[in-house]
Design a protein around this ligand. Structure first.
Ligand SMILES: [Cu+2]
Length: 439
């Protein structure tokens, strides 16, 4: 009898320590605020007083209990990007839940059944663009013991997001003019690219550009220059990076050596060493970087159009800057587009083109650091061009077998279509309202 009780209590202790079901509660207070990230003070939305929203941290097996207190004078909602959860907590207003009315509280509660780096954001109107994005971290039960920083990337424009949206739909050159990325006739003539420019106009294309919107600032956890002096020589630091931006892809480079990529979209992968990687909107990557000496090393974040940057400084002491990405070769890009588009603005099918898995980045023709300077005499020297290892999707390998279990398989086909100039996006040439049912 006594022995049985002893064994039972031992089992109970073991059970509670291994399978502890902890409820982790967060209270999020959503309120209007004013920020000056660009030129002028503008309206933004802060949660618990901060932009980005607070980092929410859980351990696999926990139950999340998130109380959202909407102190705005408008509706809101929160979507948990990349999470497996009951549909009614997915946070899409009027689809999986009713919008959270002004000055009410809403509870999201769901079990944490996965691990990895994810993020969360508002799913109402364009609130995400003015501050409602944050990191959502789910640790494993036996998480890797290494200094870790959540890193949320974003852009800021002083223009009201609704206005941005309107400009995109009317296909103006306004953003390109602000960025100084329009290609004028004068510029074309002097650089010997007049033929390319004329063909381009003939095909009625807009000025060649890489990203669509002009941004006043780029932010890393809400700061353009983010200092993290706590790291010492020899430290390995894991950055849990989420791109919470509205439209920019970001290049990630580091002045302290190689970047080891260890997870993609919250999934562990076979570690791979690269010189740089590009992160798309809403993607996440976990990377590990080393602090070589007691100095401050720059983890540089550059939007794809290279019109600005943001820096995360790791370590303290003398600053070691990363190499800035040189200006894109727009005429080379324009020439490529001319070759690829027919008179109606449609892509010309080309034989043997390998565009899958980013293995061939069409924009490479515009990268001086890889394909050489636009004008060899007056820009960078050709011998500055080095072998740069760039991450692409083909390099992402799961540590586990990912073959599907045997059994019946159903294939669903989605054709993603759209019109770039009108900024209308469709599935199988139908807008969402026309084809609400996807199955
Ligand atoms: Cu999302």
């Amino acid at each position: 009898m006594k022995k049985t009780t002893f064994v039972l209590s031992l089992l109970l202790i073991a059970f509670t320590t291994i399978f502890a079901q902890k409820t982790v509660r967060y209270d999020l207070y959503i309120a209007d605020t004013t920020v000056t990230f660009g030129e002028e003070a503008k309206r933004a939305i802060a949660v618990n007083g901060t932009i980005p929203m607070p980092t929410l941290t859980f351990t696999q097996g926990d139950t999340a209990e998130i109380y959202v207190h909407n102190n705005l004078n408008e509706e809101t909602s929160l979507h948990w990007h990349g999470l497996f959860l009951p549909n009614r907590y997915d946070g899409v207003p009027n689809l999986t839940q009713m919008p959270i009315k002004p000055h009410t509280t809403h509870l999201y509660t769901f079990p944490i059944v996965q691990s990895g780096t994810h993020w969360y954001h508002s799913h109402s109107r364009l609130q995400e663009q003015i501050g409602m994005y944050g990191a959502f971290i789910m640790n494993k039960r036996n998480e890797w013991d290494i200094p870790t920083l959540p890193v949320v990337l974003s852009e800021w424009t002083d223009m009201n997001p609704e206005e941005v949206h309107r400009s995109l739909k009317s296909a103006t050159d306004w953003f390109a003019i602000q960025k100084g990325t329009t290609q004028s006739y004068g510029e074309a003539l002097f650089s010997g690219n007049l033929g390319t420019k004329l063909t381009n106009e003939w095909k009625r294309m807009n000025a060649m550009d890489v990203s669509d919107v002009y941004y006043d600032n780029f932010l890393i956890n809400g700061k353009n220059q983010n200092e993290q002096p706590q790291f010492k020589a020899g430290d390995k630091v894991r950055l849990r990076i989420a791109n919470g931006g509205a439209s920019d892809y970001f290049w990630l480079t580091y002045s302290g050596g190689k970047i080891t990529v260890v997870a993609s979209d919250g999934n562990d992968m076979e570690p791979v060493e690269v010189d740089r990687l590009i992160i798309a909107v809403s993607e996440t990557y976990d990377v590990v970087v080393t602090i070589p000496e007691n100095k401050s090393y720059e983890f540089l974040v550059t939007p794809e159009d290279r019109t600005g940057s943001a820096s995360l400084w790791l370590g303290s002491g003398e600053k070691v800057p990363a190499t800035k990405l040189p200006k894109l070769k727009y005429f080379a890009g324009m020439e490529m587009m001319n070759d690829m588009m027919d008179m109606n603005g449609n892509m010309i099918e080309m034989e043997g083109m390998k565009m899958q898995n980013q293995e061939m980045d069409m924009n490479t023709v515009m990268y001086p650091e890889i394909t050489g300077p636009e004008n060899p005499e007056d820009t960078m020297k050709t011998d500055n061009i080095q072998d740069i290892v760039t991450l692409h999707y083909g390099m992402l390998r799961s540590p586990q077998k990912t073959t599907l279990p045997a059994g019946s398989l159903r294939e669903l086909r989605f054709d993603l279509t759209g019109n770039m100039n009108r900024y209308v996006w469709t599935m199988g040439n139908k807008t969402l309202s026309e084809s609400d049912k996807i199955l």
